[in-house]
Design a protein around this ligand. Structure first.
Ligand code: IPE
Ligand code: IPE
Ligand code: MG
Length: 240
């Protein structure tokens, strides 16, 4: 698929974050159970990942399960755990072949089934040396939890109050090697970020779209990037 001519190839965001929302509504609108919407989100994720690859985006962080999503009915939570494990099983090899490094952000707590953690470790290990694109899956992820975990590590490392600065915290986040996201996209017409990349999004550009996640494809990513390219990023100064 050709890239839109209006896209400036010299100003591609290095890191894009996506809040993949609207699966339940997508399914309900078609008279299907909510879980079918999660299933349909798989093609959206794969196509978007290929789109990011084709543009030379270096990192894509996708919000797959939040620390708040445990509040959902137990059947839906179970479905999501199995679904994410299955997705890795089905997709890790093809993603590996195209040079995608799969990483995870989130807590490995007792609530995440062992089989899921095992798959996550396998996918991360298989793809660890790939460099084309990092697909970082935010799973059992909360932005506040990430900051709490970083502060715990600061204390464990015996850092004195005088030495606590932004760098000391940022270097203890889940993936300090990734640049902060330049662009965050949220689907489904909700105008909030729901505890996603709280620290890292300090200066991210935000793009909201009404498209429900299962309908999202690379062209929606391209138009979000076009919108991003029209923004004037000032970082607190007067001109960028
Ligand atoms: C996003 O879709 C997927 C997860 C949060 C796991 P939702 O399940 O939140 O779908 P809606 O927002 O209810 O439509
Ligand atoms: C955010 O979506 C979390 C993920 C996409 C995984 P939610 O559907 O959980 O967010 P809220 O509840 O609408 O804020
Ligand atoms: Mg939702």
């Amino acid at each position: 698929m050709p890239l839109p001519a209006t896209l400036d190839r010299s100003r591609i965001p290095r890191h894009v974050g996506i809040v993949m929302d609207g699966n339940g509504r997508w399914a309900t609108r078609q008279g299907l159970p909510r879980t079918e919407g999660h299933g349909a989100g798989e093609s959206a994720l794969v196509d978007t990942t290929y789109g990011a690859l084709s543009l030379g985006v270096k990192a894509l962080t996708v919000y797959a399960f939040s620390t708040e999503n445990w509040r959902r009915p137990v059947d839906e939570v179970r479905y999501l755990m199995n679904f994410n494990r299955g997705l890795l099983e089905r997709r890790q090899h093809e993603l590996h072949e195209v040079g995608v490094r799969i990483t995870f952000s989130g807590r490995r707590d007792w609530r995440v089934p062992r089989g899921v953690l095992k798959r996550m470790d396998e996918a991360a290990e298989l793809t660890a040396r790939n460099t084309a694109l990092t697909l970082n899956i935010a799973f059992n992820y909360g932005g506040r939890a990430e900051i709490v975990d970083a502060v715990k590590r600061l204390v464990e490392d015996g850092v004195s109050a005088a030495r606590v600065d932004e760098k000391a915290i940022a270097s203890r986040l889940y993936h300090p090697e990734l640049p902060d996201p330049d662009l965050i996209v949220r689907t489904s017409g909700e105008y909030r970020t729901s505890n996603f990349l709280l620290w890292e999004m300090a200066y991210s550009e935000l793009v909201f779209t009404d498209v429900l996640w299962p309908d999202f494809r690379r062209e929606h990513l391209f138009s979000a990037i076009e919108e991003y390219q029209g923004r004037d990023r000032r970082f607190g100064a007067l001109e960028s």
